[in-house]
Design a protein around this ligand. Structure first.
Ligand code: SAM
Length: 271
């Protein structure tokens, strides 16, 4: 499936974000809110990254695919913290270049490779990985089943995939559904709920962790820290774009507090 104009525009927006997120003020905010400074764009905090590393049993010699890895979060962190080998893939080259530079300066014990690749058509042989992860990526692409099938093909038979995703709360309709869609990531709408999608694409669910409240708390902290850095933030974004950004944070938080959006970590295998 070729990317929609909406997805192409999103790839360009992500590319700009990865550049902007390397600025000192964004690194300061990211360290205080997420506990890391890779210039990430997902809502995966360091605590969550540690939890996912545990579920995937990351260790030296194990090779993980981080799909939609942006500028290296969390794959480079895992390569440094656990010594695993990591393959980072994404669509915008900008983020991968930043990630490659970071890997060259950090020199993690694990090997790291970088590849521009569409997650729905991964350019790897069958059974290439022992672990796969993606952070809030399925809610940024429309062909969710295609991405899940592609992941199933490249994961080895005893492998495991752990991923986070933001989705619209079940049983919403009308204005509530529209609010959730507006507040969520561009492809937050899914053709079916995630357990159904996973089942259809050959995955077995071993566990689900509801991280909706962590997500809301991360946004609250983000609002506080960005307001604390308002002068530097205004220089970086410009007054108008910053006002829009903050309105977006508040829209998301209100949708979460009203139960319209959820975020979950799925721990799955091929059964
Ligand atoms: C929320 S960001 C997460 C980035 C990074 N892993 C992080 O945690 O900061 C989602 C990423 O998914 C990528 N993405 C969207 N559609 C994709 C596709 N079809 N194939 C691969 N990556 C895709 C975007 O380019 C973006 O970098």
């Amino acid at each position: 499936m070729s990317p929609s104009p909406q997805e192409q525009a999103q790839t360009e927006r992500f590319a700009s974000s990865y550049e902007r997120h390397q600025s000192p003020v964004m690194h300061r905010v990211e360290r205080r809110v997420w506990g890391c400074d890779y210039g990430g764009t997902s809502w995966t905090t360091r605590d969550e990254a540690d939890r996912i590393a545990g579920l995937l049993e990351l260790r030296p010699g194990l090779r993980i695919l981080d799909l939609g890895s942006g500028s290296g979060w969390p794959a480079l962190y895992w390569a440094a913290a656990t010594g695993c080998d990591a393959v980072l893939t994404d669509l915008p080259l900008t983020g991968l270049r930043i990630a490659a530079a970071r890997a060259a300066s950090d020199r993690p014990p694990g090997n790291c490779w970088f590849s521009v690749a569409d997650g729905t058509a991964l350019p790897f042989a069958d059974d290439s990985f022992e672990a796969i992860s993606h952070s809030d990526v399925l809610c940024c692409l429309s062909d969710k089943a295609g991405a899940l099938q592609s992941c199933a093909r490249v994961l080895g038979p005893n492998g495991r995939m752990v991923f986070s995703v933001i989705y619209i709360a079940p049983n919403l309709s009308g204005a509530a559904y529209d609010r959730a869609e507006d507040a969520g990531p561009p492809c937050v709408e899914a053709e079916a709920d995630y357990p159904t999608l996973l089942n259809r694409t050959g995955w077995r669910i071993a566990g689900q962790i509801d991280v909706t409240e962590n997500f809301a708390e991360t946004i609250r902290r983000l609002i506080r820290e960005e307001e604390h850095e308002s002068e530097a933030m205004a220089v970086l974004f410009g007054e108008m774009a910053l006002a829009e950004r903050w309105a977006g944070h508040r829209l998301k938080l209100a949708a979460l507090e009203d139960g319209l959006l959820r975020r979950e970590i799925f721990n799955v295998d091929r059964g």
